[in-house]
Design a protein around this ligand. Sequence first.
Ligand code: ZN
Length: 217
Amino acid sequence: MLTIILKLLLIFLPSSLQSDADSPVLDQDKFEVDNKTIPWEIKDVVVEALAYFPELAGVRIDFEFRDRIKGAVMQAQPRVLTLLVTGKENREYRIKITRELDLGDTILPIEKVPHDALVGWIGHELGHIMDYKERSTANMMHFGMRYIMSNKRLTEAEIAADTYAISCGMGHQIMTVKNFILNQEGFSEEYRSKIRDLYMSPGQILSLQEELENSDG
Ligand SMILES: [Zn+2]
């Protein structure tokens, strides 16, 4: 048990200690529905994305704005205490969302991202939660460690998230957000090359989508 706790601290504490850049934007006014809290600005998109994931009904998820998230625009995480204390069924999650995208010469509030791309972006994060939901706590620990340390695990996690979202019927939106990121020159080259190298490509998304549609009969 002690080793598990130590591993947990290693995995999740660094991000919760980045207090300046990574603390919630203050005075967040939230819409509440079905055990979810959602900033009003993105309520409609989030509710639209959630509709694709009936298995997440009742699951506690807090959507929180951040000024900045290291190396990402959005990030889905289990809440550490619920990982340790509660069972798999009662785990709680949060999805951190960058309040405004810095596109070099423009600042784009997240709600101004084209509709389908934003729905797909949220869908991808919900795909991560579907993936986390299936994992035991011990498995989460090991997975978390490897996620941090290896690009291969990062790729696997991102493929899993996209696959969940696509199999829930979000192929179009996942494709839209991928193209949005890859074609949006304002994003830093570092971020775009991460998306290019470690995430599914538009071509892979399309073939997965076709395969899933065919297997539905
Ligand atoms: Zn992801």
